[in-house]
Design a protein around this ligand. Structure first.
Ligand code: FAD
Length: 543
């Protein structure tokens, strides 16, 4: 066993949150930081740089953990793919690059649950500080941050103008900034793309930090367990190419492995439900019943409609010789299909009267795609794909290890559609999708409803279709949730309850889902965690 030097902080996982934590902790130069990342690729991985590369990486084990869920009732007995980034930048390096904070109420709710310091008023300054955005009002948006956020141009795909007009007829106004005063309405997606290049946390936070003498980034380094001495975490056991190593942390270890791998690492270290761990031959060290519980995600069926008009969708220009033309456009100008998000437009809306804020969303890819082997390709048939989901779904599942072998994937149980709220909600969203396509001027260019299909009308039929076809939007959260109740894993400072020297900082600490995609909130969590750690260190120095 190789025993490395002692660091002040060890961060496990260089993802949306972990890259931020390591970058910020090493910024001032006074703390020695070790960042362990299981993946071997970085921000120069070709398909990670090119926005359209999402489709290439969705199932590529070189940069993706490629997990899948356990079959259950909510998924009609299917296994659902659970892609997770496995490279510097983590899932921010393979994701769809949509940038959405969620609603003020999401964070106020976290604060109401007892998480002091997490209300919208508390986190808004962090969101503003971290972003470099070109529009919106100064009250809500930041201009000088490390993370470039851009607007998808409005007029590039003619079909989108028809969508905006149809939505407005339905009473959903055009919203120029869905990260501004209100999320509600139809708007162009904001994205972490600049000049045709993905802005992952690897690119924005780690690349500029690489030259720091006090930051060591070890890639291909898989954390296998935490080193605990009594009630204190003092380091990490990990392996690189099968070689076992140990690193010691004089101050703290920060686990940022994401919602699937963070609870897994805690359990492998004896932290979790003692009975469950004992049954797998792991000696329980610290009973913490919430570890791996409270898994939440956005369950998302894809609706598909035929489009009859000419040159209205990407199906017209992203195949055959036209795709080659798009490639040239990308190479020369960093523009076009290859340089864009696949979901340029989105709607946030209320599915029923009496709600304070939107409870559902539809994001739209202006093309149909098909699976060719394990790859998603643009179809010859013209149409659109709608990704629809309830924003704050209430079904909860779990992530637990299946054995003491750190290299075995954990059991992921989503338990989707297990609450009435989620069942009613998803049916309402499907109906809203239909309503949009049946409204002028979209109606005039809309052909057949390919999925779910017009023959499915009753709630029961639609729900059955969802069970058998829905995917996720790749937003697992909550498995090391923050709070003060018996199922909470970390406190509002993200310290693991009952242990010293150990924090968790990633999407797993969210007690509930945010109203939208989860990358921006997770980067904020990384920023907030680093700020809290640095404040603690400064207080200790002053004392
Ligand atoms: C395909 C896809 C599309 C998505 N699209 C969007 C989108 O458009 N917009 C959006 O906002 N969100 C999107 N998301 C979700 C968003 O990217 C995630 O919520 C966010 O990146 C999670 O960040 P994290 O820090 O919790 O985990 P991750 O970013 O996944 O980082 C965890 C890191 O830890 C590493 N790691 C794990 N275990 C170990 C270990 N034992 N040892 C060493 N390293 C380890 C992993 O390799 C990884 O690099 C998408 C996600 C996916 C997968």
């Amino acid at each position: 066993m190789k025993s490395d030097a002692t660091y002040d902080y060890i961060v496990v996982g260089a993802g949306s949150a972990g890259a931020v934590v390591a970058s910020r902790l090493s910024e001032g130069g006074q703390h020695r930081v070790l960042l362990l990342e299981a993946g071997t690729e970085g921000s120069n991985f070709f398909w990670s740089k090119v926005p359209v590369g999402v489709a290439k990486m969705i199932d590529d084990p070189a940069v993706n953990w490629c997990y899948s869920s356990e079959p259950d009732e909510g998924s009609g007995g299917r296994r659902i793919a659970v892609p997770r980034g496995r490279m510097l930048g983590g899932s921010s390096s393979i994701n769809g690059m949509v940038y959405i904070r969620g609603q003020a109420q999401d964070y106020d709710h976290w604060a109401q649950l007892g998480n002091r310091g997490w209300s919208f008023q508390d986190v808004l300054p962090i969101f503003k500080r971290m972003e470099r955005f070109e529009g919106g009002s100064d009250e809500f948006r930041g201009r000088d941050g490390i993370l470039p956020v851009t607007h998808t141009p409005r007029n590039k795909v003619p079909l989108l103008e028809k969508m905006i007009e149809a939505a407005e007829k339905m009473g959903l106004p055009y919203n120029p900034d869905q990260n501004g005063a209100t999320q509600e309405g139809i708007g162009m997606s904001q994205v972490t793309i600049t000049r045709g290049r993905r802005q992952s946390t690897a690119f924005c936070y780690l690349d500029p930090a690489r030259g720091r003498a006090n930051l060591q980034i070890d890639q291909g380094a898989i954390a296998e367990s935490l080193i605990l001495e009594g009630r204190r975490c003092v380091g990490v056991r990990y392996s690189v190419n099968g070689e076992k190593r140990e690193a010691r942390a004089a101050r703290e270890v920060i686990v940022s492995g994401g919602s699937i791998n963070s609870p897994k690492l805690l359990e492998l270290s004896g932290i979790g439900q003692s009975e469950r761990l004992r049954a797998l031959g792991i000696a329980p060290v610290h009973e913490l019943p919430g570890v791996g519980e409270n898994l939440r995600d956005h369950y998302s069926p894809r609706m598909k409609f035929e489009i009859t008009g000419k040159n209205l969708t990407f199906n017209d220009n992203a195949r055959g010789w036209r795709l080659a033309r798009e490639a040239v456009k990308y190479a020369l100008f960093r523009e076009g299909f290859l340089a864009s998000t696949s979901v340029p437009i989105r709607l946030y809306f209320r599915t029923r009267v009496g709600l304070d804020s939107p409870d559902a969303t539809i994001s739209i890819a202006p093309f149909l795609y098909e699976m060719v082997g394990k790859e998603r390709r643009v179809s010859a048939q013209k149409g659109i794909t709608m990704n629809v989901n309830v924003l704050r779904s209430e079904s909860t599942g779990s992530v637990h290890i299946k054995s003491a072998d750190p290299h075995e994937p954990p059991a992921i149980r989503f338990n989707f559609l297990s609450t009435e709220h989620d069942r009613i909600g998803i049916v309402n969203v499907l109906r809203k999708g239909r309503e949009l396509m049946a409204t002028s001027p979209l109606k005039e260019v809309t052909g057949r409803e390919i999925a779910p299909g017009a023959h499915l009308q009753s709630d029961a039929e639609l729900l059955e279709w969802v069970r058998n076809n829905a995917e996720t939007t790749y937003h697992p959260v909550g498995t090391c949730k923050m709070g003060n109740d018996p199922r909470a894993v970390v406190d509002p400072e993200l310290r693991v309850h009952g242990l010293a020297g150990l924090r968790v900082a990633d999407a797993s600490i969210m007690p509930t889902l945010t109203s939208g995609n989860t990358n921006a909130p997770t980067i904020m969590i990384g920023e907030k965690c680093a700020a809290m750690i640095l404040a603690t260190a400064a207080t200790a120095r002053a004392a």
